[in-house]
Ligand binder design. Structure first.
Ligand code: TTP
Ligand code: MG
Length: 430
């Protein structure tokens, strides 16, 4: 079983934990209403008025003029995230932080110690409330996708357990945008096709979904039909659209854990690879997987404050012949920058028309980001902070929702004070 835990209104909850007089009030973190920035986090009291993350502050102010508007302090959020992670590690040996305020725990085998999943969930929630004074929501299910959907569904301050076998019953009536990769744009496309519920999505022939959503359609289908990139539970073996992951929740290559930046030592390289359940010739699909693997690898690099200077792409064909090729890159941990290089490397490996069995990426020649600050300027640090927010947004809105070009435009949105970054425009969701 997988437990997904996410802090409710994270930035706001930290502000409220530090200043209890803010509790129970409409609070918005992101900046002042007369500024150009957007809402990073809104308390549930403010959400009642329609305020949402990513909305311009001026719009939020019109909807909820009585709200208390605050600048964010990233350093405080990192500190709380670190404490959050520390508590989680007492409840499972496998904890994967996917953003500052969200984590997945593999709770298989924890029953003897903590009891049934719901009991464990309740204990965990209470412990975090007691130690940090912040509310969380938990979803528990047999794979990550359903656990995440359950957590989102149960917000705020909720706990939802989806027993084995009742996944379909749970997700079929939900709006289709609960699915991973369905952001506002895809939702519009699907709604125009008359697809509004998950049930409609599953009933729609694949070729229509493929036309509407491209390669993403089959990834989504795969995820909701029980499979999961990172937890190969209930993996369908006779399904041409399925893939098999070689990396369960926290087993990452080269001993690099998915812990946040501030907690771990340095790794030599980071790898991610995926074996397809059925060998494929579909280049577009393989490329989208490369992007996904790079995203995971870069996420791990960012969590460690590392930059890669070499990218390697590996391909194993159906006859088990394995080939790899690599290229030096200028130090980065942005998947958007590495992807074109990786795509080029991939194509250079596909000289023969043979079915592909496995693809992998490796990022190596790692250096610490702090060295780069000395060599260059603070812009790299800013981009790193921005990418943490981007990681979160991408998880919610799909990989393609934020593009590299936008990052370059927005990297100058942060300013700095003595305590850290002032988050004038920390949100990139729109
Ligand atoms: P989320 O977990 O998506 O949002 P949240 O914790 O504020 O609210 P909830 O989980 O209850 O729905 O994101 C975690 C933090 O990431 C959030 O507090 C602020 C930051 N963030 C942004 O800066 N911009 C965004 O667009 C989003 C969605 C989040
Ligand atoms: Mg949250």
């Amino acid at each position: 079983m997988i437990l997904c835990i996410d802090i409710d209104a994270f930035f706001v909850s930290v502000e409220q934990a530090l200043n209890p007089h803010l509790r129970g009030k409409p609070v918005i973190v992101g900046g002042q209403p007369n500024e150009r920035g957007v809402v990073a986090s809104a308390s549930y009291e403010a959400r009642r008025y329609g305020v949402r993350a990513g909305m311009p502050l001026s719009h939020a102010h019109r909807l909820c003029p009585q709200a208390i508007f605050l600048y964010g302090n990233y350093r405080n959020y990192e500190t709380y995230s670190e404490k959050f992670y520390e508590i989680l590690t007492h409840y499972s040996p496998t904890v994967e932080m996917t953003s500052l305020d969200e984590a997945f725990l593999d709770i298989k085998g924890t029953q003897r110690l903590f009891g049934e999943p719901q009991i464990l969930g309740q204990k965990l929630k209470s412990k975090i409330q007691e130690k940090l004074s912040i509310p969380t929501t938990i979803g528990i299910a047999r794979n990550r996708t359903i656990a995440k959907i359950a957590a989102d569904h149960a917000k705020p301050d909720g706990l939802l357990f989806i027993p084995r076998g009742s996944e379909q019953q749970f997700i079929l009536p939900l709006s289709v945008d609960v699915l991973p990769g369905i952001g506002p744009k895809n939702l519009e496309v699907l709604n125009r096709l008359g697809i509004s519920k998950v049930e409609d999505f599953l009933k729609t022939p694949s070729w229509i979904l493929n036309l509407a959503l491209g390669v993403q359609a089959r990834l989504i289908r795969f995820l909701i039909q029980g499979g999961d990139y990172r937890t190969p539970l209930e993996m369908p073996t006779n399904n041409a659209e399925s893939i098999k992951s070689t990396s369960p929740v926290t087993t990452t290559s080269h001993g690099l854990s998915n812990r946040p930046a501030f907690l771990t030592g340095q790794a030599k390289s980071v790898s991610r690879e995926t074996t397809f359940a059925e060998d494929t010739l579909d280049l577009e699909f393989v490329e989208s997987l490369i992007y996904y693997l790079l995203e995971r690898a870069c996420h791990a690099l960012r969590a460690e404050n590392l930059l890669a200077q070499k990218a390697t792409v590996k391909v194993r064909f159906s006859d088990f012949k394995t080939v790899l090729t690599q290229k030096k890159i200028s130090a980065t941990n942005c998947q958007q920058i590495i992807f074109p290089v990786a795509k080029h490397l991939l194509r250079s490996l596909l000289k023969e028309r043979k079915r592909i069995r496995l693809v992998g990426v490796n990022l190596s020649n790692l250096i610490s980001e702090t060295n780069q600050y000395l060599l260059f300027d603070k812009r790299i640090e800013r981009l790193n902070h921005l990418n943490l927010a981007l990681d979160r947004v991408r998880i919610r809105y799909g990989f393609g929702s934020v593009l590299a070009g936008k990052i370059m435009v927005l990297q100058d949105c942060y300013t700095k004070d003595n305590n850290g970054y002032i988050l004038h425009t920390p949100s990139l969701s729109q």
